[in-house]
Design a protein around this ligand. Structure first.
Ligand code: CP
Ligand code: NVA
Length: 304
């Protein structure tokens, strides 16, 4: 049974195949061609955290592929209270052909997947956001024409989004640098457990150092979902770790700015950087649709 719990679940070849399939499906969609690869297939979605992009892109993606998506309200099923994760996975996978789950602990996701009889996709956990990373690389490839031309600097929190970027850059041999405040670094032990060679990553507390050697400046919120109690402390600790026009000038020529969204203008990104021509965050958001359609298709094909 193949799942996508983290980027480590895919080989380099498979990542490239999925990206190529996403490019093809995106082009076909623009021609108005009818897709039917998910005919009679149902995706069940469980969200224990808020979402705009993930919910919309998975649901619309299934419709476009001739299938169907159902959002199982997390408040209705009350995972862990009304019913165990294991039983919810067993039952949901008797009905659905594929499942997407957004939850907190990666252990819960793993327990869910172990009890599922159909593929499970991580739609964001505290540790990882693999669908975002696939869409990000698809977007970077579109803008820089080839994976060989990409050098990514992530500025901000060593979190789920940066973990997945680090893993995918490792798999694809894309230079990856990260600047975080002290105490918010990447968890290298965790990344090593997922197979990454962390010695290749340039880790720094200096935003200028990582910007100078990169043509993509990437950021994400300073306070992730589930960390709301730390918000005030984080606002102070992350001061200076903002992508703004000054920092963009220090990056390599033709640099682009990426953000997984939602964005907080004035915190991790200045309003003028977010709203500038450097920023390709809305392309990233759109590419969630195309990347995830390719992921769903890939996982369903593995079943045959
Ligand atoms: N980037 C992302 O996953 O967005 P949502 O939280 O809105 O789904
Ligand atoms: N790091 C953010 C990403 C949201 C898409 C969070 O976990 O809230």
């Amino acid at each position: 049974m193949r799942h996508l719990l983290s980027i480590a679940d895919l080989s380099t070849t498979e990542i490239k195949e999925i990206l190529a399939s996403a490019v093809k499906m995106k082009a076909e969609l623009k021609t108005g061609a009818k897709e039917n690869c998910c005919s009679r297939k149902t995706l069940a979605m469980i969200f224990e955290k808020d979402s705009l992009r993930t919910r919309l892109s998975f649901e619309i993606g299934m419709t476009q592929m001739g299938g169907h998506a159902i959002n199982i309200g997390a408040t209705q099923i009350k995972m862990r209270q009304r019913e165990s994760i294991e039983d919810i996975a067993q039952v949901t996978s008797r009905f659905a052909d594929i499942i997407m789950i957004r939850t907190f602990a990666d252990k819960d996701l793993q327990d869910f997947a172990q009890n599922s009889q159909v593929p499970v996709i991580n739609g964001l956990t505290d540790g990882f956001h693999p669908c975002q990373a696939m869409a990000d690389i698809l977007t970077a490839q579109e803008h820089f024409k080839s994976l060989d031309n990409i050098k990514i600097a992530y500025i901000g929190d060593g979190n789920n989004v940066s973990n997945s970027l680090a893993l995918i850059c490792d798999k694809l041999n894309i230079p990856f640098a990260i600047a975080t405040p002290k105490g918010y670094e990447l968890d290298c032990k965790l990344l090593q457990q997922y197979g990454a060679d962390t010695s290749k990553i340039l880790q720094s507390n200096d935003v200028n150092q990582v910007a100078e050697c990169s043509n993509i400046l990437y950021t994400d919120v300073w306070t992730s979902m589930g960390q709301e109690a730390e918000k005030e402390k984080r606002l102070k600790d992350f001061k200076g770790y903002q992508i703004n026009l000054n920092l963009i000038k220090k990056a390599m020529p033709n640099a682009k700015v990426m953000h997984c969204l939602p964005a907080h203008r004035g915190e991790e990104i200045s309003a003028d950087a977010m709203d500038s021509d450097y920023c390709i965050a809305y392309d990233q958001a759109e590419n969630r649709l195309h990347a995830q359609k390719a992921i769903v298709r890939f996982l369903l094909e593995q079943q045959n």
